[in-house]
Design a protein around this ligand. Structure first.
Ligand code: AMP
Length: 407
């Protein structure tokens, strides 16, 4: 499927209640699965998505469904999300609290292994017709059998981690639950893998589904990766220190924008680092001249943005510095893949400010690895995520404390 160019969540034209939630959570740029899935779901199609945790799939299915629930609300259960484990149920529920913070949508999470008090709370919320219900198969069946959960008006059915649910032997349970839902509904199914049994299962439940798949790459193991937890204001100092300390040939620094690339070029030059930036603002001839100088090692340090990085084919880069965390994990892997080419070793360091922590966490989830945190150079304090802001002593991140089932 071709990639649609969505630059900002605003481009989806979500209802303002949904957009406000996204703004609060600091979500600006959609991930590839969000770019692809959201328009399909908004159009009312069934969907099979091959994607794993870390790709942003939760928002990909929650946002369009929530958006529909805002402009066309109903008083009963509208959406059912069936998941294999209690952990995933809670994770989705927490994401949901953020996305629907400014809406009147009610929700409830239900899973086994809890005490009688929790069961009673679940029952109460379900009997009130919680709009969105997330649960594990066994517990959902218990509530269905007792008449607490009513699916007559269900409009959206979502199956997450379908492959895992099949492996755990939940097929019969799932079919039993779905048997109680209307035939005319929108069904979305997500799975980390797509073996034939998933396709057969999907064929039973979905109607002419659209299909999307997110290929996840892994960085070369020869790249030594590290993270510096720094405030934006300290990034220059750390960059200069790293360049001098490592003294490696051919270093590329990646920035998020052209303007930042130019600014960093000036700042590095002031600090006596022989650096040049390339951006699409330069004439083609000037760009080629900078690249030639870099390739021939006359120029030791290059500052670039992602747009240009894809087209540059330069071997033997000693070090990549991600001055800004890239918006999407594929870009990260692409950036650090510029080093450690052709069996050589390479080093890649990323500067992560507290504001960029969420983005970096997502990249780590996608790579299924944690990147080592490096000690900061002398005089530069560690900037930890969610640190209290100096101005008012309050945590910078908003937390959501809404209870499910209540309006
Ligand atoms: P998921 O794959 O849905 O479990 O999402 C992985 C992580 O990425 C979660 O911590 C999300 O909050 C975060 N995330 C998802 N989409 C975005 C986005 N467009 N921008 C920033 N963070 C995101």
């Amino acid at each position: 499927m071709s990639k649609i160019l969505i630059l900002h969540f605003h481009d989806f034209l979500f209802e303002y209640e949904i957009q406000d939630g996204l703004d609060d959570m600091g979500f600006e740029t959609p991930t590839p699965i969000q770019e692809m899935a959201i328009p399909i779901i908004l159009d009312g199609n069934d969907l099979i998505g091959c994607a794993q945790t870390g790709t942003g799939k939760t928002a990909a299915f929650l946002l369009p469904v929530l958006n529909k629930m805002v402009w066309d609300p109903i008083a009963s259960t509208d959406t059912l999300i069936i998941v294999p484990t209690r952990e995933l149920a809670l994770q989705i529920y927490q994401a949901l609290q953020g996305f629907c913070y400014h809406t009147k949508i009610t929700s409830q999470v239900v899973y086994g292994g809890t005490d009688g008090i929790s069961f009673e709370q679940e029952k109460k919320a379900l009997l009130h017709g919680a709009n969105m219900v997330i649960g594990t198969p066994g517990r959902l069946i218990a509530h269905l059998n007792m008449g607490n959960l009513k699916l007559e008006n269900l409009r959206h059915l979502i199956l997450d981690e379908a492959d895992r649910m099949l492996d755990m032997g939940f097929v019969e349970d799932i079919l039993k639950i779905i048997g109680k839902a209307p035939k005319k509904r929108q069904t979305l199914m997500f799975s980390a893998t797509m073996p034939p049994k998933i396709r057969q299962f999907a064929a039973k439940l979905l109607h002419e589904p659209k299909e999307i798949s997110i290929a996840v790459s892994k960085p070369a193991e020869r790249v030594t990766q590290g993270v510096f937890r720094v405030h934006d204001k300290d990034k220059n100092a750390v960059a200069v220190w790293l360049l001098k300390e490592k003294n490696l040939p051919s270093v590329i620094l990646f920035t998020g924008t052209k303007a930042k690339a130019r600014q960093l070029e000036r700042d590095l030059q002031k600090a006596k680092v022989d650096a040049k930036s390339i951006s699409s603002d330069l004439e083609q001839k000037e760009r080629e001249e900078v690249l030639r100088a870099f390739r021939s090692r006359r120029l030791p340090v290059l500052v670039a943005t992602d747009v240009l990085s894809r087209g540059i084919d330069i071997e033997d880069i000693g070090m990549v510095i991600n001055y800004d965390v890239p918006g999407d994990a594929e870009d990260y892997i692409h950036r650090i893949g510029r080093t450690a080419r052709a069996e050589s070793k390479g080093e890649a360091y990323t500067f992560v400010s507290p504001e960029e922590n969420g983005k970096f966490k997502r990249i780590e989830q996608l790579m299924e690895m944690r990147v080592n945190v490096m000690p900061n150079p002398p005089g530069v304090s560690q900037a930890l995520p969610f640190a209290r802001s100096a101005e008012n002593g309050k945590p910078k991140k908003k937390f959501f404390h809404r209870k499910g089932g209540k309006r």
